[in-house]
Design a protein around this ligand. Structure first.
Ligand code: HEC
Length: 131
């Protein structure tokens, strides 16, 4: 299932048009190291887990908002600021799905891409220490 199809199913709207959502999802408010997983994150994760506003007028994207609500500030809402998601943990969560987040099959996201994502998230968290 594509990211766009997942979005349409989870949120029941076609309004989250790919490029607009991406442009907002990757709002330039945090430092993003140029490591390989960055592109995968921007394409597959930022539409829900980015730090920009939603194009439906919501101040936060759904993944970021859900994690803000889940942890109430104990952990950062933006996935890119999490330092507790090593590849094995990330793999389990992505292959199973989590709450409102659909699962990712190997055809959509390879194990190697998950490794790259974990490295990117760790590098970004390190580059943006929590204030
Ligand atoms: C369709 C929107 C959407 C997409 C695309 C998406 N996620 Fe999520 N994700 C969510 C939502 C919503 C949650 C919170 C669900 C919950 O309550 O556990 C979540 C939760 C998670 C969690 C659990 C974190 C925690 O502490 O509970 C991880 C890890 C995660 N996503 C990683 C990713 C990665 C990596 C990608 C890109 C490959 C991705 N997600 C793509 C919506 C999405």
């Amino acid at each position: 299932m594509s990211v766009k199809a997942s979005l349409a199913i989870v949120f029941g709207v076609g309004a989250l048009a790919g490029s607009a959502a991406l442009a907002q999802g990757i709002a330039a408010d945090i430092e993003r190291p140029e490591v390989p997983g960055r592109v995968v994150f921007e394409q597959q994760c930022a539409p829900c887990h980015g730090t920009g506003p939603g194009d439906d007028g919501s101040p936060t994207l759904p993944g970021t908002a859900a994690l803000d609500a889940k942890y109430g500030g104990d952990r950062p809402g933006p996935l890119e600021l999490r330092s507790d998601l090593p590849a094995p943990v990330l793999r389990v969560i992505l292959r199973r799905g989590s709450g409102a987040m659909p699962m990712f099959r190997k055809g959509e996201l390879t194990d190697a891409q998950i490794d790259e994502l974990a490295a990117y998230i760790a590098a970004t968290a390190a580059a943006n220490p929590r204030r």
